[in-house]
Design a protein. Structure first.
Length: 275
């Protein structure tokens, strides 16, 4: 089983498919690298090298007790890029993975990085506040933690509905989408689940975004019920010089998984990689 051991002894599991210029995928909460399987195959088939790891406490990586902060996540990613000696990399981050991407650039720069894709991503700041009225209220974030602590199996089943906008008329969400979400969520440790809410809810990425000096694609759905477009994607695109923003009409938080939007995003990703 391919693993990379971090500076603090955590084993990070990863998939490594294909050959060519590397594309490294960073998954969202509460998922794992399995969320990127469609895109991993697509980029490998197109002549790229697709890589996706499971964040610590998620999937097949070490179920450790601590380290659930974005400085550590960024350093874990740096350990993987260094271990595999990856250069000219395109980083693709979904949701919380977009925060990991931003903090990596903030801490480690763009020496290894060619370009970036932020999909339904949390930067620059998710939590609501006086300067971020469009953000997510603290009581909603607290409710996520309460749901995990109370009865996480049912909580994940309930959360999948909003994650994929399965509560909208005419949606194309499958039972398989919701089942896969539940399965990946249940692989995450309860401590990772709770601690990550504090991390992605309260971490400010404004300073990290100032270090972006690479082509950046921002993709977001206008029906994202988890990470509001106006609080995150629109602001991020305005903060990164030259960034391109694509808004998917009716798009959910799970754009890369839902039939229709999945194929659209994969085609847009391949077009961006070919530039």
């Amino acid at each position: 089983m391919p693993v990379c051991t971090t500076r603090d002894g955590v084993d990070i599991f990863y998939k490594d498919w294909g050959q060519g210029r590397p594309v490294v995928f960073l998954h969202g909460w509460p998922l794992s690298g399995d969320a990127w399987q469609d895109q991993l195959k697509a980029v490998a088939d197109a002549g790229f090298r697709g890589i996706a790891h499971d964040r610590r406490g998620h999937g097949r990586s070490s179920p450790v007790w601590d380290g659930y902060d974005f400085d550590t996540f960024a350093d874990d990613l740096d350990a993987l890029l260094t271990r595999l000696d990856l250069r000219d990399v395109t980083l693709v981050g979904h949701s919380m993975g977009g925060g990991e991407l931003a903090r990596y650039i903030g801490r480690h720069g763009t020496g290894r990085i060619r370009s970036a894709v932020l999909l339904s991503a949390i930067p620059p700041l998710l939590r609501q506040g006086p300067e971020n009225p469009e953000g997510v209220p603290q009581h909603v974030l607290d409710g996520l933690k309460d749901g995990i602590r109370h009865e996480r199996s049912q909580f994940w089943k309930d959360t999948a509905v909003g994650f994929f906008s399965a509560n909208r008329p005419g949606n194309k969400v499958t039972e398989g989408n919701k089942d896969a979400f539940w399965y990946m969520a249940m692989q995450q440790t309860i401590e990772a689940g709770v601690a990550c809410v504090d991390a992605f809810g309260g971490t400010d990425f404004h300073e990290d975004l100032k270090r972006f000096d690479i082509p950046t694609l921002v993709v977001h759905g206008d029906d994202d019920q988890i990470v509001p477009l106006d609080a995150t994607g629109r602001k991020t695109a305005g903060l990164i010089p030259g960034a391109t923003l694509t808004v998917y009409e009716g798009g959910s938080h799970g754009i890369a998984l839902v039939p229709g939007d999945k194929e659209k995003f994969t085609a847009e990703l391949l077009d961006f990689l070919a530039r």
